[in-house]
Design a protein around this ligand. Structure first.
Ligand SMILES: CSCCC(=O)C(=O)COP(=O)(O)O
Ligand SMILES: [Mg+2]
Length: 230
């Protein structure tokens, strides 16, 4: 069966871990207090703060405590949906001000362009919100890459280690599962995608250990021959 669509993770796959951990997360941590206080009356932000209260199980959590919780989740790299949504809103200011551009590996840019030219459908699945994904690719080092993608998925479809999330994505893409190739740097995400029937490939970009990996793996997109995957 030929691959007709590629679903890619961001952090560790198209984009360096360091850009996310050393640029995006510290920016969100540093600006959280000012951003939430300044936008607390905006319906979108007010509703996300309510979601933080729901997530913590404390309906009367104060604004200050909600901000402290959000900052703690950043430090712990928790993939909590309201945190991810607020981060997306905050990063927009950083991208627009030119504080940073979205890191996308040079080999990833080249192959995304090539696969798109070949007619493969490209999709993104990240714990970062869809809003944040579009910002990263829209303000990337290589310019606006958003036109390459046919769709974006975040934790609204489920968490990345849950098989059900991949089943939902397969349905949304509308292709047989085994015609979709999922790229990620995390074995548990690849396991879940494979269980849902997708083809998988692990990106081992920054010398992470690959013990007990049950998936084909490559160091970068140059080593990945999509047409040979059956
Ligand atoms: C999409 S922008 C920043 C990425 C992010 O917030 C994150 O948590 C990365 O998760 P991924 O699922 O792409 O590994
Ligand atoms: Mg990743």
């Amino acid at each position: 069966m030929m691959i007709k669509a590629i679903l890619t993770d961001i952090e560790g796959t198209t984009t360096s871990l360091s850009f996310v951990k050393d640029v995006l997360f510290p920016y969100a941590n540093q600006h959280m207090q000012d951003f939430v206080v300044a936008h607390r009356q905006d319906p979108a932000v007010a509703s996300l703060i309510d979601d933080v209260r729901l997530e913590t199980g404390n309906a009367v959590l104060s604004l200050a405590d909600a901000i402290a919780q959000l900052r703690q989740w950043i430090v712990e790299d928790k993939k909590v949906t309201p945190l991810k949504a607020i981060q997306g809103l905050m990063w927009e200011e950083g991208y627009r001000n030119g504080d940073f551009t979205g890191h996308v590996y040079e080999d990833a840019v080249r192959h995304l362009l090539h696969w798109h030219e070949l007619g493969l459908k490209l999709y993104v699945y990240s714990s970062g919100s869809v809003y944040a994904q579009k910002l990263l690719f829209g303000y990337s080092d290589a310019g606006d890459l958003t036109a390459l993608f046919s769709g974006y998925f975040d934790t609204a479809v489920g968490h990345k280690r849950d098989v059900a999330a991949y089943r939902h994505i397969i349905e949304a893409i509308g292709l047989p599962a085994d015609e979709i190739l999922f790229l990620s740097d995390i074995a548990e995400e690849l396991d879940a995608a494979a269980q849902a029937g997708m083809k998988t490939c692990c990106l081992v970009r920054e010398n992470q250990p690959i013990d007990h990996l049950n998936h084909h793996w490559v160091k970068n997109f140059d080593e990945l021959n999509v047409m040979s995957i059956t």
